[in-house]
Design a protein around this ligand. Structure first.
Ligand code: NI
Length: 245
């Protein structure tokens, strides 16, 4: 009797063990879709210089690798996503991106230049993309027009702060980690908004050079919300921002 009970426990234990692992993973996946809490701790953080990292054109198959690097250095960023890339293939990537405290802005739905399409189309580009983001239980906080192309008429109809940049790493052009690093590192100053893209492997490698150098130089690396909050600047809809100065 005792022996059969012993064997019964031996047989059942792995099921209980693996069953627990599976259910805790599932719970975590569910949590990914509901948590959206950009980290902001103004009172306890010591900082002297602060910069924001931004990534355009994703999500892509390299976004997870960008997230790996950000996570490695305990840094969050702002991702300006393209609506057409928000397909189910990247659901887990987006959920992870949000869960890690990164924030999301809109870089158009089709990546068409806003100044070259009808105003009503611009509104549609933003609305379509926001609708897709609502599937992740988030709303976009900012707009970054494709190619940074904007005019005064569009500023009047865009009901979001428009975030541009003042440091272009030119990662889209160089596609070489060291060149990207050398091209941008000296241009970065307190309040900078750094433009990168999360759809090149070279950007992943460049990021792994840029972040440790900035941290070594005493920079705190944050997302857009944190950057402007730390600089006590209130962002206004329809206004363009290239840096936090
Ligand atoms: Ni772009």
């Amino acid at each position: 009797m005792k022996l059969s009970l012993f064997f019964l426990i031996i047989i059942i234990c792995p099921f209980i063990f693996f069953g627990t692992i599976k259910s805790s993973n599932q719970k975590e996946i569910n949590n990914h879709t509901i948590e959206y809490e950009p980290t902001l701790n103004k009172t306890t953080d010591n900082y002297s210089k602060v910069v924001a990292l931004t990534f355009d054109d994703g999500p892509s198959s390299y976004t997870d690798e960008i997230l790996d690097v950000l996570e490695k250095y305990n840094v969050t960023a702002t991702f300006f996503v393209v609506g057409t890339n928000l397909n189910t293939k990247y659901n887990n990537t987006m959920a992870r991106l949000i869960k890690l405290g990164n924030e999301v802005g809109i870089h158009g739905y089709s990546h068409k230049e806003f100044t070259k399409i009808k105003q009503s189309k611009v509104v549609e580009e933003i609305e379509y993309t926001n609708k897709l983001l609502k599937g992740f239980n988030i709303e976009a906080k900012y707009i970054r027009p494709p190619y940074g192309s904007i005019n005064n008429k569009l500023k009047k109809i865009i009901e979001y702060p428009i975030i541009l940049w003042n440091v272009d790493t030119l990662d889209w052009k160089y596609k070489d980690a060291l060149k990207i690093y050398n091209n941008s590192i000296d241009d970065i100053h307190d309040g900078s908004i750094i433009l990168m893209h999360d759809h090149y492997l070279s950007s992943v490698k460049a990021l792994d050079l840029i972040i440790p150098k900035l941290q070594e130089d005493g920079y705190k690396i944050v997302n857009i919300t944190e950057l402007f909050s730390l600089k006590d600047i209130n962002l206004e809809n329809g206004k363009t921002y290239r840096s936090a100065k």
